[in-house]
Design a protein around this ligand. Structure first.
Ligand SMILES: C[S@@+](CC[C@H](N)C(=O)[O-])C[C@H]1O[C@@H](n2cnc3c(N)ncnc32)[C@H](O)[C@@H]1O
Length: 706
């Protein structure tokens, strides 16, 4: 950067002005790379990080009593923005592993594999469109990968699950983002091809696809790794049983305490001096080889069966003997099922796959993140393996599926065994807020939320005796305390008196944040003698010049195929429940033993505020209906889902067995922007009577309409 530009930057920053975007290249010159993937719309990494807004997390509900230093997190919202918020938490030391290290130890993501539009045909024009869709998809993933890298702890690692359509582009991006030297493995996951994929390819002449791929990268050379051992005779057999030895419960006899401790198992085979030499060698090896893996140590030292590994509990070196009938797992995970259908969530992955990945590169207490959580397989397995977890998804169906899953956990993989009470977890909204709840926040929480919402730094300061709360790009921010001054408004006169008091001491911008109803004027800002006073309203009216990217709304699916679509939503909004008119009833069909109940939508009206404009929509803005057949008055426990398209085909009726209904049915109608209308429907309104005092319900498996 030349001297003149340096001076101009300093001046602009001192005045609290925005830096022109054409200075970006000068301020952040692009790195020189040997090779890179080039496509339309590829942003600079710095712009991705700086240009993503952090959206505050609004607590929706906590399940269990929150821990002192940590509770697990389930976040509803676009993952890019939510991750920016998590990044701030990491910087503040709030996103930590149990050992105190900040950042995520292990990321597993299973994003939507590619957009549907891409596989419609091969004519020229379509192919061109495909490329655009492809580039947009690749950039969508890249933006998230950049944030994920920032979130990782320095010894953390990431698993990316994909199929053959986009994996090679993503591999190149991962090399760029994490460095080729941090590429660990490409793991082949043999199995059935997914149903959707088969349909997309069935008209094309090529081989049937029978595997997915996992790419494993670490953030640095120093990563956690626990070798996996599999039974030799079962290798490659899809029915084979895989072991790993991080879980002490699996094979207690295989664990050897070191250095003077009496072995619990009676299988202590090393004398003290040999154990001490091994530990010393191991430590030296780690030091000298820049933290190469244990397997490399094992290979280098030629100890065929005996080697040292970190204790899963505390990371200290521990001697461990590999059993003769087993061998180190390789990159073809033939024995591990990939897909599952327990929750009925489309594209649900198998718990065994997650157990394998999580065990490979994390230990008890480590923080595991899945930013495309879906049905919550990662969260469930992390919980079972004693890890901390964070799950993010922008679909309401995913969130309710995960909530149900976490509250009905069983100890074993595949959800068998004894009931497992999860550690406390909190459900947050990130980007779509409930204003009625926000208003009730105590002053300090409200103040913090508002500052975060508008991307301001919390920085209390005083100018001319006026107590101010934060800074936005160098300019002062005042959060109006509506609790302290109920009924007091901010009109043009108020702004003038602020100007008279401090106008000469502030830069060219000043921000006032307050509940929308407090402002007594309509305009976004008032200019007085060259100072611009912004009115930042909650709920929000968008001031485009303050944001780097235009706001785009969340999108909820309206049929099952769309559940796995990519969603790229920017900004935030406030919940506006749709208005729904509905009729419950029973279809009496002759000769039918089990009565069929129905819930019919007579009218649906959504009321979203998109890009600052209030919009109204009809039934086309209806996404799905979720039902809890036996609502317990507390937690919505998802039993069935009916998508827009399926209900339309059935004359806007959701039909279900009357037998499964309890005293009260809870219906949640969701619009395509994620707003909910909740309706409690007593059984009598269906024209049904409780047959007996309702016992604790035996939960039907989650059923999805077809
Ligand atoms: C393939 S599914 C994940 C399935 C999951 N692994 C499981 O075992 O159930 C992908 C998920 O990504 C979510 N998704 C898509 N775009 C997203 C975004 N921008 N932010 C958060 N989640 C997103 C979808 O809602 C969907 O649930």
């Amino acid at each position: 950067m030349n001297d003149e530009l340096r001076q101009r930057v300093i001046l602009a920053l001192q005045r609290g002005e925005d830096l022109p975007s054409d200075w970006a290249r000068e301020l952040f010159p692009p790195e020189k790379r040997e090779y890179e993937l080039v496509y339309h719309g590829k942003k600079r990494e710095e712009d991705i990080i700086a240009g993503t807004m952090a959206v505050p997390l609004q607590t929706e509900r906590t399940f269990g009593k929150n821990g002192i230093d940590w509770h697990n997190m389930l976040i509803f919202g676009d993952n890019l923005q939510a991750m920016k918020t998590l990044l701030e938490q990491k910087r503040m030391g709030k996103l930590c592993n149990a050992d105190g290290t900040p950042g995520i130890r292990l990321v597993y993501i299973d994003p939507p594999f590619a957009t549907r539009q891409e596989f419609r045909g091969s004519q020229d024009q379509k192919a061109y469109q495909d490329k655009l869709a492809g580039a947009a998809f690749v950039e969508f993933i890249r933006e998230r990968l950049v944030l994920l890298r920032e979130l990782l702890a320095s010894d953390g690692s990431i698993f990316v699950h994909m199929d053959q359509r986009k994996i090679h582009y993503i591999k190149v991006l991962l090399d760029e983002i994490f460095g080729e030297q941090n590429f660990r493995n490409e793991i082949v996951l043999p199995g059935r091809a997914s149903k959707n994929l088969q349909q997309q390819f069935e008209t094309v002449s090529r081989l049937n696809i029978r595997h997915d791929t996992l790419l494993w990268y670490s953030k640095s050379a120093n990563t956690r790794f626990s070798p996996l051992w599999i039974e030799k005779h079962n290798a490659g057999n899809p029915e084979g049983h895989w072991h790993h030895f991080w879980s002490t419960a699996d094979r207690p006899t295989m664990r050897y305490p070191l250095l003077g401790h009496t072995p619990e198992t009676g299988q202590w085979t090393w004398k003290m001096d040999r154990a001490e030499t091994a530990v010393a060698n191991y430590k030296r090896f780690r030091r000298e080889s820049g933290g190469r893996t244990l397997v490399e140590y094992w290979q280098d030292t030629g100890c065929c069966l005996d080697f040292i590994r970190p204790d899963p509990a505390d990371g200290k070196p521990q001697y461990w003997r590999a059993p003769a009938e087993e061998r180190l797992a390789d990159t073809v995970w033939a024995g591990v099922p990939v897909y599952d259908n327990q929750t009925k969530y489309p594209t649900e992955k198998n718990e065994a796959l997650l157990k394998q990945s999580i065990s490979l590169a994390s230990v008890v207490g480590d923080l595991v993140l899945d930013a495309f959580a879906g049905s919550g397989t990662t969260c469930a397995v992390a919980e079972k393996l004693g890890r901390r977890w964070v799950g993010i998804d922008c679909g309401k169906l995913a969130i309710y599926t995960i909530q149900k899953r976490m509250l009905n956990l069983k100890t074993d993989i595949g959800n068998k065994g004894k009931a497992l009470k999860p550690q406390p977890f909190t459900l947050y909204n990130a980007g779509l807020y409930d204003f009625s709840k926000l208003k009730q926040l105590p002053w300090l929480d409200w103040r913090f939320f508002c500052l975060q919402l508008f991307g301001c730094k919390e920085e209390p300061h005083t100018i001319g005796g006026l107590q101010l709360d934060g800074k936005l790009k160098g300019a002062s921010v005042l959060v109006f305390n509506h609790h302290e001054k109920p009924g007091v408004g901010i009109d043009e006169e108020t702004v003038r008196s602020i100007h008279a008091a401090i106008g000469k001491k502030i830069g060219r911008k000043f921000y006032i944040i307050a509940p929308r109803g407090v402002f007594g004027f309509q305009q976004d800002y008032i200019d007085l003698d060259g100072v611009r006073y912004y009115a930042m309203r909650v709920p929000y009216s968008i001031i485009n010049e303050l944001h780097q990217r235009e706001f785009t709304a969340l999108k909820q699916p309206d049929d099952e195929m769309a559940v796995n679509d990519t969603v790229d939503s920017v900004g935030f909004d406030f919940i506006q429940p749709p208005k729904v008119k509905w009729t419950p009833g029973v279809n009496a069909r002759k000769g039918q033993l089990i009565k069929e109940a129905f819930l019919k939508i007579d009218k649906f009206e959504s009321r979203a505020r998109l890009r600052g404009e209030d919009t109204h929509g009809g039934i086309e803005t209806f996404s799905m209906l979720m039902l809890d057949f036996d609502y317990n008055g507390d937690v919505f426990d998802l039993d069935a889902v009916f998508y827009n398209h399926q209900m339309e085909a059935a004359g806007w009726e959701a039909r279900f067995s009357a037998e499964s209904l309890g005293n009260n049915v809870m219906a949640v109608f969701i619009d395509i922007h994620g707003n909910e209308a909740r309706e409690l429907i007593p059984l009598a309104q269906f024209g049904l009577q409780p047959s007996k005092p309702v016992a604790k319900k035996t939960k039907a498996k989650l059923s999805h309409a077809t």
